[in-house]
Design a protein around this ligand. Structure first.
Ligand code: F6P
Length: 545
């Protein structure tokens, strides 16, 4: 059950989209919007999600052709294979089953002839009892004191997912205080532990491979610190570990009761739903962690069962392809209008760019079309006061996802309407712009004379016609966040399928790692081998310190 290998640009629909692009390219969103006879097709309602795609440079023909493209690229076949354990990560010969780990328990998924659901549920119940025991104080530290703090030690998918969710769901916190150590920068780990009490801190080492330089270095630094403050035998009480590499976990000295396994058919950047989410469960309590999984599972079902034209991840993926491959947009911005989701853009950068940053297709040939988008963003309204100038008046076309919530979390919050008025105003402004006529009228009203009006007006004009998707959700909750993350995961998958690339490997991170270990040896031996002249002189300068 491998993915089909269809070159998207050789399809009929791609060619039709190319011709259609010439018709749409210069059309204004505001005119497209007002001329639509079926506005409801541009709004996707699902559970507590209201997704408005009407502020896009598309008409009915565009959407229909994009859906034809998905069909021609056999997206339905790919979805079936992903959910049913097909080896769709072919270069690593693996299934891709992050969707299975958020199962509602009612399905059966075979890997190597064995149903994996029972073992998934077993791991989940181990996470549940461990979480409950740590929060209740049943599990204690070396000096018999309950834990107050939890430090997640991991990087990439073993950090970004957990930290984004823990930050995103801070409102739902348990009594434990979470911390995250990721960078191999020793100052990062020392800064985090400097104020921690070793007697009451639990460390969770998260590494799928348990060989990642950053994570193992940080874990060893912390282990030395803990032993120096307490005792050798404190290690088995203060460290838990999540990994597929049970041999290395044992060598580190982790108590087998504190070991949480994971499967190699879950990719790092898609693993927050697995035991990699242990820190999430500890930080927000197991019930909330479980609701996160429920939300993701609901989105999985929507994605699997909904016809493409109403399928949220499919439609968002197709729009992104439209801008990436036809309008030649290089980047996409994600702007959540809640401070809680401030790590969402960073999380999506790994999820999207590590997955679809590929240039060899599934036939082994270099692609001659654009693949992965560059993702960036920050929270609204902060980003309005930072980079929005470029989105409104710069030379680049940057499609944006605006994510907002109808209700705030705190009952006492009296500022929500202000936040949301910015949310609605920005997408309207990006679409409508401001004409020269309106600018001139405004300047005259302000009392400027004719020459000032003439010299200023061009700077104050907004072209508009900037596309946005608006994702309006009832409230930020474990369940809605679970659905939102799963939505982006499926969007990544759809784009990878259509671009005919492998989204679930990441060979591109290897070269830098290999070179770094060689350079480290040279630095330690103070003996520089033959690099290029630039690297040689930089290394000499570093060693002369
Ligand atoms: O950066 C490469 C990568 O392999 C990511 O895909 C992964 O999330 C991260 O490193 C961490 O890997 P591990 O969980 O094995 O430590």
């Amino acid at each position: 059950m491998s993915l089909k290998k269809i070159n998207p640009i050789k399809t009929k629909s791609w060619n039709k989209l190319k011709a259609h692009f010439n018709e749409i390219e210069n059309k204004e969103i505001k005119n497209l919007l007002s001329s639509r006879s079926n506005p409801s097709s541009f709004s996707l309602e699902w559970n507590d999600f209201n997704i408005d795609i009407s502020k896009n440079r598309v008409d009915n023909t565009t959407l229909n052709l994009l859906i034809d493209l998905a069909k021609e690229c056999k997206l339905d076949d790919a979805i079936f294979k992903q959910f049913n354990g097909g080896i769709i990560n072919e270069t690593e010969k693996r299934e891709v089953l992050h969707t299975a780990i958020r199962t509602d328990g009612n399905e059966k998924i075979n890997v190597d002839g064995q149903n994996v659901i029972p073992s998934i549920l077993e791991t989940r119940s181990k996470i549940e009892s461990f979480t409950n025991d740590v929060i209740s104080g049943n599990i204690k530290g070396y000096n018999n004191k309950p834990f107050t703090d939890v430090v997640n030690i991991g990087i990439g998918g073993s950090d970004l997912g957990p930290v984004m969710v823990v930050e995103g769901l801070k409102y739902y916190s348990s009594r434990l205080k979470p911390h995250f150590v990721s960078n191999v920068d020793g100052d990062h780990v020392l800064e985090i532990i400097k104020d921690l009490n070793p007697e009451t801190t639990l460390f969770v080492i998260v590494s799928k491979t348990f060989t990642t330089q950053e994570t193992i270095s940080n874990a060893n630094t912390i282990k030395d610190w803990l032993v120096s403050k307490l005792n050798d035998s404190a290690v088995s009480k203060h460290f838990a570990a999540v990994s597929t590499n049970l041999t290395e976990i044992k060598k580190f000295g982790i108590n087998p009761k504190m070991v949480f396994s994971m499967n190699d058919w879950v990719g790092g950047r898609f693993s927050l739903w697995s035991s990699v989410g242990l820190s999430i469960s500890l930080a927000i309590g197991y019930d909330n962690f479980n609701k996160l999984l429920t939300g993701a599972n609901k989105m999985d079902k929507h994605f699997q069962k909904t016809e493409f034209k109403n399928n949220i991840p499919v439609v968002l993926a197709l729009l992104s392809i439209w801008y990436n491959n036809f309008f030649k947009c290089e980047t996409e911005a994600v702007i959540p209008y809640t401070q809680y989701l401030n790590r969402l853009p960073a999380y999506l950068q790994q999820a999207i760019m590590e997955s679809n940053g590929k240039s060899i297709d599934r036939n082994g040939n270099p692609v001659d079309y654009q693949t992965g988008n560059i993702i960036w963003g920050d929270t609204g309204t902060n980003s309005q006061h930072a980079f929005f100038q470029l989105i409104h008046q710069g030379t680049k076309l940057i499609p944006c996802d605006f994510i907002g919530f109808k209700k705030p979390l705190f009952k006492e919050n009296t500022q929500h309407d202000k936040l949301m008025s910015n949310f609605f105003a920005q997408t309207e402004a990006l679409m409508m712009g401001k004409s020269e006529k309106a600018v001139v009228e405004e300047l005259i009203k302000m009392g400027l004379d004719e020459s000032d009006v003439n010299s200023l007006k061009a700077y104050k004009v907004f072209e508009g016609n900037r596309p946005t998707n608006t994702l309006l959700i009832d409230q930020l909750s474990p369940e809605s966040l679970g659905s939102l993350i799963a939505m982006y995961e499926h969007k990544i998958f759809v784009q990878g399928v259509i671009w005919n690339i492998y989204s679930y490997d990441q060979w591109g991170v290897e070269l830098g790692k290999q070179l770094a270990s060689k350079v480290l040896q040279e630095i330690e031996n103070k003996k520089i081998s033959n690099h290029d002249s630039s690297t040689n002189s930089l290394l000499k300068s570093y060693l002369s310190n």
